[in-house]
Design a protein around this ligand. Structure first.
Ligand code: NAP
Length: 321
């Protein structure tokens, strides 16, 4: 099979990748976007928004929009301007170019499937989950991995946050502004969070802590109704009514493909230059949650997708392409 060459190849189909597709296709760069494949957590590519229901904080939708609907609209928009989208997984990359080499299918094949001058990496990140089936059954229906996104839906209600790190404290403090009560469920009797965040959460009148406690199950048919907990010191099991359950036990960037080739930080996020999306490798740009441990929002991902497209376009121009 002959190798297909593209000026721009985008990996990933969340808001960052699709926005990069919109911009690079409007710049007449005929991008190819490899969108990924259905996974155990989603039957369609499109990133974390495919797992959410109502989205109320993406500008332009005063009456809210469903996460999958928003992603399908972005996908259509990218296609409309000429982004070619294929449903496949990149299985191996060789970023010693440009041109860079990328494989779909057999990673041991001697020749790559594609070569590309510019590669835009927008493979996202995933929230770590507890591993309970009900987490996925009730995702977007009481279960969430993002308080900034979903906290508003739980105004005046009782919610729980699981985790003992800075993310859990941040989520709890954010939720305490609007929820009726916030219960932090932590498996140990000591927080991992920084002292300042821990103190802030512990001093908050609306936040209480359940120590040495693990979540055994989530209860609810249509929406979450209660959380089943086990106290590790007494082994007692209790079922606590809860309208919202926020999983805040960390995130993992989807960077396995690039390890050893692109510089990453201690947590595995791709490092980009301070004011742009250039990575440690010439012609490779990164955008969205794969390089953003701080904001992790659809709108910031889309914004950095735009930046990656413009950075790639200007870089190609300097090469006379
Ligand atoms: P983290 O520091 O790794 O903390 C994860 C927490 O979840 C830990 O308390 C851990 O318990 C718990 N946990 C992990 N797996 C679990 C499981 N299966 N069941 C129950 N609990 C589980 O992750 P993070 O809080 O997302 O923070 C990641 C990094 O980002 C950190 O460096 C953090 O400082 C930084 N961050 C900073 C800020 C800020 O400064 N504003 C905000 C967010 C994140 P154990 O403690 O028992 O291991």
């Amino acid at each position: 099979m002959s190798i297909i060459h593209r000026k721009v190849l985008i990996i990933g189909s969340g808001p960052a990748g699709l926005t990069a597709g919109i911009y690079t296709s409007r710049a007449q760069l005929q991008p190819l976007l490899v969108e990924g494949e259905p996974s155990s957590t989603s039957d369609q590519p499109g990133g974390q928004l495919m797992l959410t229901t109502e989205v109320e904080n993406f500008p332009g939708f005063p009456n809210q929009v469903q996460g999958p609907e928003l992603m399908l609209a972005m996908r259509e928009q990218a296609k409309h301007f000429g982004t070619e989208i294929i449903t496949a997984k990149i299985t191996r990359v060789d970023l010693s170019g440009p041109p860079h080499r990328l494989w779909v299918g057999d990673p041991d094949a001697p020749e790559p499937t594609y070569t590309a001058d510019a590669v835009i990496v927008s493979t996202g990140a995933q929230a770590l989950m507890l591993g309970i089936d009900a987490e996925w059954d009730l995702m977007g229906r009481g279960v969430s991995t993002c308080a900034t996104c979903d906290g508003f839906f739980f105004r005046g209600r009782d919610v729980a946050v699981v985790g003992g790190g800075d993310s859990a404290m941040e989520e709890a403090l954010f939720l305490a502004r609007m929820a009726g009560s916030v219960t932090v469920i932590h498996r140990r009797d000591e927080l991992r969070a920084s002292k300042i965040m821990a103190e802030r959460a512990m001093e908050h009148p609306k936040i209480k802590f359940m120590w040495n406690t693990v979540v055994e199950d989530l209860v609810g048919d249509e929406t979450l109704e209660a959380v089943k907990l086990r106290d590790l010191t007494t082994d007692a099991v209790s079922t606590v009514p809860m309208a919202g359950f926020f999983v805040a036990i960390g995130h993992r960037p989807n960077t396995d493909l690039f390890l050893g080739q692109l510089a990453t930080d201690d947590d595995g996020y791709i490092e980009t230059v301070a004011d742009g999306t250039r990575t440690s490798v010439e012609g490779v740009f990164a955008c969205g949650d794969v390089q953003d441990e701080t904001y992790r929002q659809a709108i910031t991902a889309a914004g950095s997708g735009c930046m990656a497209a413009i950075d790639a376009e200007r870089w190609l121009e300097t090469r006379g392409e």
